[in-house]
Design a protein around this ligand. Sequence first.
Ligand SMILES: C[S@@+](CC[C@H](N)C(=O)[O-])C[C@H]1O[C@@H](n2cnc3c(N)ncnc32)[C@H](O)[C@@H]1O
Ligand code: SF4
Ligand code: SF4
Length: 334
Amino acid sequence: MKLKKRSFKKLFLPLPYLFPKIFAFRLPRIIVVETANTCMLKCPTCPTVTAMKRKAGMIDMATFRRLADQIDWKLDKMDFGYSGEPLMNPRIFEMISYAGKRMIPTGFDTNGMLIEPFVEDIISSKLRFITISLDGTSNESLTKFRIGADFNKIISGLRKLCRKKRALNLEFPIITMQLIVMKHNEGEIDAFIELARDIGVDKVCLKSLNLNIGFWLSGEERENLANMYLPTNERYCRYSLNEEGPQFKKGFLMPCIFPFNDMVVFWNGDVGLCCLDFNGRYIAGNVTEQPIKDIWRSELYNRYRKLIFRRKLEMCKECNFTEDVNEVIALTEK
Ligand SMILES: C[S@@+](CC[C@H](N)C(=O)[O-])C[C@H]1O[C@@H](n2cnc3c(N)ncnc32)[C@H](O)[C@@H]1O
Ligand code: SF4
Ligand code: SF4
């Protein structure tokens, strides 16, 4: 029944592309803000630390306020993640508090390396959602993909955060522990859920690996990574392997809802089309120069939307970003 409803909904996905001017009147539900485009880790599929050509930087308060002050509609979420590690920007909690005062729900994904020093800030800023990318149940397993991470440091910060939240009997932030399911950790799923229960997080997310975020890898590099990291359990895999290398499973190339739902703002105020354009090849405007509603509804944006629909932009040709391939397990009542 659920499946039928989903397939039925998909029938309507092309509509916004046929009438972009009309559908762009509905403003974005999610705004992704790039707090920083740098990171202290070196995950092998991450373009930020390997193929980023944009200048390194952090969004400043003036640019952020300029953006936040224009949001006079209901956002589902302002996501302070994107290309780098959000906690690299020490002013992130000022921004989260500022957004909170404007009733904008906020969240971010983090590699967890800097949770410990920011436990108080996470709680006092009234952050709504935090996801910790902890791809293993031991240091050995975690660092096979999260190169440079420190398991004990992350766990220690996470435990402190959960204890503080419990002590204050807070509903937020909703804390999720995420495992990207890969060859070396697929046997740890039960242990991961147990660990999450023991720490006291609210949810566990089992995510499938994307091999080509930002499309910067060559076919050969992608194949090597596929052999090294793709899990054997089909359920957690977006690809099937054949003699031509990893191929998206059938059904993953649906019309993309991204350009009608999400807006991406780079640290310098540039508005990009989607999270996968990490080098900012397609820029639709800049929030410090133009009102965001004008950018969202501009001719240029609509032109891009049409190209996205027809998968004419280089980045869209092989994109499998549009299907929800995460499995979320709730551990606490909400
Ligand atoms: C690009 S990261 C940025 C935030 C933070 N640095 C982190 O890694 O959590 C945003 C999200 O993408 C996830 N991610 C990173 N590499 C991935 C990959 N190859 N496939 C699927 N998800 C990935 C992260 O775990 C995180 O949930
Ligand atoms: S922790 Fe996040 S930003 Fe850092 S290298 Fe890994 S995926 Fe990229
Ligand atoms: S198809 Fe993929 S790359 Fe293109 S806009 Fe959508 S999410 Fe981005």
